[in-house]
Design a protein around this ligand. Structure first.
Ligand SMILES: [Zn+2]
Ligand SMILES: [Zn+2]
Ligand SMILES: [Zn+2]
Length: 131
């Protein structure tokens, strides 16, 4: 029984994540799912963390230190441009960053270097709305 419950919760979180245009927090998803499903915040957190670990979702930290999640279109290594107003997300490749990261690691004798580069800003639509 416990396994079955777990499965519908996973599916509910997976669907809600897939419907999100950009990165969302566990609180956002929980607020959306709570009324319909009665799912708990801790379960949403745990499920999202599992998705991030298994590569089903991308995770990153907002400038405010909040953990954000997204079901990304690309599974390979990539970066994000994220609107800090509406959460709109653009997946980007960053060739210059890749070679720079590789070179700077090699110059300092580091092997197996990884990096996380995400850019937060205000998207054109939000900028047009003013403020
Ligand atoms: Zn992504
Ligand atoms: Zn925006
Ligand atoms: Zn990169």
């Amino acid at each position: 029984m416990a396994i079955q419950r777990n499965t519908w919760q996973r599916e509910a979180v997976r669907e809600a994540l897939a419907e999100s245009a950009g990165f969302v927090s566990a609180q956002d998803l929980h607020a959306r799912l709570r009324d319909e499903t009665g799912i708990g915040l801790a379960t949403v957190y745990r499920t999202l963390a599992n998705f991030a670990k298994s590569g089903e979702a991308d995770s990153l930290q907002s400038p405010d230190g909040e953990n954000l999640f997204r079901a990304c279109a690309s599974t390979g290594h990539h970066h994000h441009l994220i609107c800090r107003r509406c959460g709109k997300t653009v997946e980007i490749e960053a060739g210059a960053v890749e070679s720079w990261a590789h070179d700077v690691a090699a110059e300092n004798g580091f092997r197996d270097a990884e990096h996380v580069v995400d850019i937060f800003g205000v998207c054109a639509e939000c900028a047009a709305k003013g403020e």
